[in-house]
Design a protein around this ligand. Structure first.
Ligand SMILES: O=P(O)(O)OC[C@H]1O[C@H](OP(=O)(O)OP(=O)(O)O)[C@H](O)[C@@H]1O
Ligand SMILES: [Mg+2]
Length: 165
């Protein structure tokens, strides 16, 4: 498998705005959250922004590693679970945060731990969308999202190069 054709590059500024938009949506639900659970590692970034906006100070992690075979997602392994107290009442009152859902496999693992938790991601692709309660922007399944923490500044060829422009 190669990377999807379409690219959706996200700057720090855009990510901050989109994560804040997610916080606005969750805030609109007017619920009290027992705790936030960030799905590492990508979920740590929106979690930092959203917990600030919502005044949540109890932050937990669920640590999941996917073993990539070249660029294909391999087996998912839970390296660290949440505090068992958060699993009470099937995760009711817990806000789970991740940067995106793609195939939905990561969200499905965490959903199995906390079926009644509220799942929020900044971005969603169609396959993962049914597993998420609140998200901000949907991109097509054949789009790869490039996050700012994975990027560096590189030279770009001019659009008209080789076309006499
Ligand atoms: O819906 P899925 O197909 O499961 O993909 C979504 C997951 O993939 C990415 O994490 P990744 O496993 O790459 O690890 P990272 O968060 O440590 O970068 C992303 O942060 C989501 O957690
Ligand atoms: Mg992740």
């Amino acid at each position: 498998m190669s990377l999807p054709d379409k690219a959706f590059p996200v700057s720090w500024d855009q990510f901050h705005r989109d994560a804040r938009a997610l916080a606005w949506r969750v805030a609109g639900m007017q619920r009290e959250w027992r705790a936030m659970v960030a799905i590492t590692r990508g979920g740590l970034v929106p979690a930092a922004i959203i917990c600030r906006e919502l005044g949540i100070r109890m932050i937990e992690t669920v640590c999941i590693a996917s073993y990539h075979d070249y660029d294909e997602q391999g087996e998912l392994k839970v390296l660290k679970n949440v505090d068992p107290r958060l699993l009470e009442n099937e995760g009711e009152g817990i806000l789970v945060v991740d940067d995106l859902t793609d195939t939905g496999k990561t969200a499905a693992i965490v959903r199995a731990m906390m079926p009644k938790a509220h799942f929020a991601t900044v971005y969603a692709k169609p396959k993962g969308r049914p597993l998420i309660d609140t998200f901000v922007t949907e991109v097509s399944q054949d789009t790869w999202i490039y996050f700012p923490w994975d990027m560096g500044l590189t030279y770009q060829e001019p659009i008209t190069k080789g076309h006499g422009g």
